[in-house]
Design a protein around this ligand. Structure first.
Ligand code: PLP
Length: 376
């Protein structure tokens, strides 16, 4: 008989800097008397992130969603953009906000990312770009996606919200495609409370993006494009600078917890664990996700999700429902389940388990024991 946890175990918990570190930085901001609009903290964080992420150009934003809206604007995307239904709501919504039709393409059954082999069949004369997501921090098949894009003259914009610090062959994940978006939301491995960034290849694109995120204001006399307010303020930029000191420690704690999950769950029939990646990929271990195959496990994902609550464990059905099942998208022809057989299976199986550095190895072993006890 396993006792419930005597505390609530959430799916994630934000990493907090010490209050002293924040107070020190606030003193700097107060002394500079500069709260937003490209202040010193903002400039320093952009520089520090470029180095940390091994990317040539980066522009900070007040959140990842606005950043992605601006990415589409900056490349003047229109018509249709091919994306995945197995993602967070923001991904297709930014297309809608740009008057672009999201075209949902099925996902790979192992990585859960956009299936690069199926993209070509979704291309029409209206297609202008591909918007893949590195789901749960596992890189997409970046080479194959680029190859298809090049063959058809399409842009590639990555939703890299889950991929802070991920590298392929020592190369920052943000350097693939035309533009990548990062989210610095409080629940991410690295955060600025709310915030985000775009990573781009050229100084020219950065200049355009910097204008777009500041209302299109070039100088006191000229407003050159219909921009938006996408700016990150000094307080959150300063917190972001502090959080850079925490990210590797948090990553290593989560790496260890991943290992414990993998050890404990490896032999459980009916559970499919996180996909394996090639040795040249550096992961960030932000999430730990399992897939519950009802026929062999004997219980459905929804049963497990509900039963965990009796033990004070709060998991998440992440991502469920599929974006193609949202009321605002289900009328699209690409949303038909016949077009998305793999995504429809995965969305019914997937469960995000607790993953954050403050969990102990014993907590994880107990979560695994509870999960195993549900098998029937
Ligand atoms: C895959 C994905 N895309 C986009 C977003 C949106 O980012 P933000 O919350 O910073 O706007 C998130 C998460 O928040 C996400 O998980």
């Amino acid at each position: 008989m396993i006792e419930p946890f005597d505390k609530m175990i959430y799916v994630t918990r934000p990493v907090f800097p010490t209050i002293e570190e924040v107070t020190d930085k606030l003193r700097d901001i107060w002394a500079a008397k500069w709260l937003t609009n490209n202040g010193p903290q903002h400039m320093m964080l952009e520089r520090e992130l470029k180095t940390f992420l091994k990317v040539p150009h980066l522009s900070l934003f007040n959140n990842g969603t606005i950043a992605l809206i601006v990415a589409c604007q900056s490349l003047r995307l229109s018509g249709q953009v091919i994306t995945t239904p197995f993602t967070f709501a923001a991904t297709p919504h930014v297309l809608s906000w740009n008057n672009i039709e999201p075209i949902f393409c099925d996902v790979d059954k192992e990585t859960m990312n956009l299936d690069a082999d199926k993209i070509e069949s979704m291309i029409t004369p209206k297609t202008t770009a591909i918007l893949p997501v590195h789901v749960f921090g596992i890189p997409c098949d970046v080479d194959k996606i680029q190859e298809v894009a090049d063959r058809y003259g399409l842009r590639v914009v990555y939703d890299a919200a889950h991929t802070f610090g991920v590298e392929i062959d020592g190369r920052g994940i943000g350097t693939f495609g035309d533009i990548s978006m990062l989210s610095f939301h409080a629940t991410k491995l690295y955060h600025t409370v709310e915030g985000g960034a775009l990573v781009m290849k050229s100084e020219h694109t950065k200049q355009r993006i910097d204008l777009l995120k500041n209302f299109g204001i070039k100088n006191e006399e000229e407003v050159v494009m219909p921009g938006i307010n996408g700016k990150l303020d000094e307080v959150r930029a300063a917190i972001g600078r502090i959080m850079l000191n925490y990210v590797e420690g948090e990553r290593l704690k989560r790496k260890r917890l991943h290992e414990v999950y993998n050890e404990e769950l490896a032999e459980v029939e009916g559970l499919k664990l996180m996909p394996k990646v090639a040795d040249n990929v550096k992961l960030n271990y932000q999430y730990y996700v399992v897939r519950i195959e009802e026929e062999t496990f004997g219980r459905s994902r929804d049963y497990v999700y509900g039963a965990f609550k009796n033990f004070n464990v709060y998991t998440r059905k992440y991502f469920h429902p599929l974006c193609s099942d949202y009321t605002c998208y289900r009328h699209l022809s690409s949303s038909s389940p016949a077009n998305l057989p793999v995504a429809n299976v995965i969305a019914k199986q997937v469960l995000s388990l607790p993953m954050y550095g403050d969990l102990t190895e014993d907590d994880v072993r107990k979560i695994c024991a509870i999960l195993k006890s549900f098998r029937s």
